[in-house]
Design a protein around this ligand. Structure first.
Ligand code: MRU
Length: 362
């Protein structure tokens, strides 16, 4: 059987007939493409926690589908009863990962649907929730495409682009955020040279970004995280594109651990550093990066995963934060679906949200 290109798979989908969340198990990539149909809430929670589905926008879409599937199962005599049960399911999924704001953003949107339809019957509430989760996914595709369009305005055909982690199609519904300009450029016959940091400890760069870029025919080179400086010094990188999990109101951008170091290097070598993310990843209620909760993950991800034998002494202390943030002063621009925010971000991010509001009024 001919091998199917990973770019033709959906990262996150809803199989309403089978009441299942459908995802690619990303922990198995790139060696195995296994599609999971998840029907139980605990399996959906675990899929998010274990990074079977991952990347801020994809987590948001998965959670929206997940809570809809939970709502579908609810037997309730009254609105109050339905809401109480819905809230339990929502809070449960919300507890799966703390840093990417898209998770709570999507779940809050779903809750808002219930809260603003108190006069509706239980079947009508379920139908409204279905509509909303499908809209969340459709909007994600549109947002990523727009980010791709804006991203393409700051690079030239043939440029070298360095990226960290995976903020590609595998992290969203389509195109990705940081990789959107590259995929979109590819559709238009452009050829970028992409350097993907392997991204210790979970290797999203080497396993996922390299996989999807390579599958899309992009000139892709995997580097260890500690090689970024040399690659920049060689003059091979004209721009850095990274994704984000939560951007604070001052522009501090939280993303996969190591992003802050890449931003510092880019500044040193005079390379523009762009953070790409939809407005669903911008959290205006958080003032600065220091206020963002950083997920701490199990030590074994550092000492055991990817090794045949444990590679660090038994019992040694391990520090394994999943994210850090790039200080706003290091960021050249934040590329959103409503344009590119430039410093000072306290002002430009507000303007991005104003544009969004105006567009939604139309
Ligand atoms: O732990 P992960 O793999 O979910 O982390 C993913 C990232 O840090 C991405 O860069 C971010 O979520 C943006 S995805 C478009």
């Amino acid at each position: 059987m001919a091998e199917i290109n990973i770019m033709s798979y959906e990262t996150v989908a809803l199989d309403d007939e089978r009441s299942a969340l459908v995802i690619i198990d990303q922990t198995k990539l790139p060696s195995e493409v296994e599609i999971l149909h998840l029907t139980e809430q605990k399996d959906i929670w675990e899929a998010i926690y274990l990074l079977k589905v991952r990347g801020a926008p994809a987590i948001g879409v998965a959670a929206a589908f997940g809570v809809y599937l939970a709502a579908k199962q609810i037997q309730a005599e009254s609105y109050a009863d339905f809401y109480t049960k819905f809230k339990v399911a929502k809070d449960y999924l919300d507890s799966s990962r703390p840093t990417a704001v898209n998770l709570s953003w999507a779940l809050n949107r779903m809750e808002q649907v219930v809260l603003s339809a108190q006069d509706k019957t239980v079947p009508a509430l379920k139908a409204l929730l279905h509509k909303e989760c499908v809209a969340i996914k459709d909007e994600d595709v549109w947002m990523c495409r727009q980010i791709g369009e804006y991203g393409l305005t700051v690079v030239n055909d043939g440029d070298g682009i360095l990226t960290h982690c995976n903020a590609g199609q595998l992290a969203t519904s389509k195109y990705g955020t940081a990789l959107a300009p590259i995929h979109l450029g590819r559709e238009r016959g452009m050829n970028f040279k992409v350097y993907t940091d392997e991204t210790r400890p979970l290797l999203q760069g080497a396993r996922l970004s390299a996989f999807e870029l390579f599958a899309d025919g992009v000139d892709t080179t995997v580097i260890c995280d500690n090689m970024a400086s040399q690659v920049m010094k060689n003059g091979w990188v004209q721009a850095v594109f990274v994704g984000c999990d939560r951007v604070a109101a001052n522009g501090d951008a939280c993303n996969k651990i190591g992003t802050s170091g890449v931003a510092i290097l880019a500044k040193y070598y005079g390379i523009p550093f762009y953070v790409c993310g939809p407005t669903s990843t911008i959290d205006m209620s958080i003032e600065k990066g220091e206020d963002i909760t950083i997920e701490q993950r199990p030590a074994e991800e550092v000492t055991e995963m990817w090794y045949e034998k444990r590679m660090a002494p038994e019992g040694v202390k391990v520090y394994n934060p999943a994210f850090d943030f790039a200080d706003h002063e290091l960021i050249t621009g934040i590329i959103t679906e409503y344009g590119i925010a430039r410093p000072p971000y306290t002002q430009s991010l507000k303007e991005i949200f104003q544009k969004k509001q105006e567009a939604q009024k139309k």
